[in-house]
Design a protein around this ligand. Structure first.
Ligand code: ATP
Ligand code: MG
Length: 215
């Protein structure tokens, strides 16, 4: 049975679920946790393909990934950490995954087009039994506009939003293309990008710890 299940879910597509799933998996794996990404986006298999590229390139630590259809089977996995990488929708499967997860991470951009469905999705999870304190929003793939960031935080005020955000960067995208996580970003002058990715991951780890201590 998995010690910990973290889900990256959303209603919107392309907002950064698989990116956060890979970052979270790498963060725990580097600390020695056996880690597997259960890839529920079976039409794209983003994380599954990424894990294969990573393995073929010999990048350590090793992260397993597999296409996955059955939320009910999540708890049976014999790994320290399972990261569920969700489908872009709010169907029953996302709810079933969320109900089995210790933490649900929801990425969102800054536009109302992103914020509105993502907030509605989080509220729906809560209405159906997912505790609000188990939900974390992460602003992802965004510009660095202080005003827009503050507005987005205001819009999401009833939920916890990670203090750090992930800006849209070519080096992040390129690194993932080569099997790296955002905290392993490749390229010149990327130390700050790596640091921010590590800080986002650290917030997720500390939220999990807080929830476990409170349980
Ligand atoms: N901070 C970033 N900077 C640059 N590119 C990014 C960033 N975050 C994600 N991307 C890229 O944006 C695209 C979508 O991201 P990702 O696959 O993580 O989203 P998703 O929510 O899993 O999408 P889907 O709903 O299709 O499963 C990918 O090509 C990814 O590499
Ligand atoms: Mg995805």
């Amino acid at each position: 049975m998995a010690d910990l299940i973290i889900a990256c879910l959303s209603q919107k597509g392309g907002v950064g679920k698989s990116t956060l799933a890979r970052l979270i998996a790498r963060t725990y794996a580097v600390s020695g946790w056996t880690t597997k990404i259960c890839d529920f986006n079976t039409t794209q298999l983003t994380s599954t393909h990424w894990a294969k590229i990573r393995k073929d390139a010999g990048i350590e630590p090793k992260i397993d990934a597999e296409a996955y259809n059955q939320p009910t089977a999540l708890t049976r996995e014999d790994y320290n950490l399972i990261v569920a990488d969700g489908r872009p929708d709010s169907d029953q499967s996302s709810l079933d995954i969320a109900l089995r997860s210790n933490l649900v991470v929801i990425p969102t951009g800054l536009s109302l087009d992103d914020l509105q469905p993502q907030l509605a999705f989080a509220k729906e999870l809560v209405a159906k039994g997912v505790p609000a304190e188990r939900i974390l929003f992460v602003l992802s793939k965004i510009t660095d506009s202080k005003i827009a960031i503050a507005e987005a935080r205001g819009y999401l005020a009833e939920f916890r939003v990670a203090d750090q955000h992930l800006t849209l960067k070519h080096s992040y995208q390129k690194s993932q293309n080569h099997g790296y996580a955002l905290s392993e970003v490749q390229g010149l002058n990327t130390a700050r990008l790596e640091e921010v990715a590590d800080l986002v991951a650290a917030e997720i780890v500390s939220m999990v710890t807080e929830l476990q201590e409170a349980a």
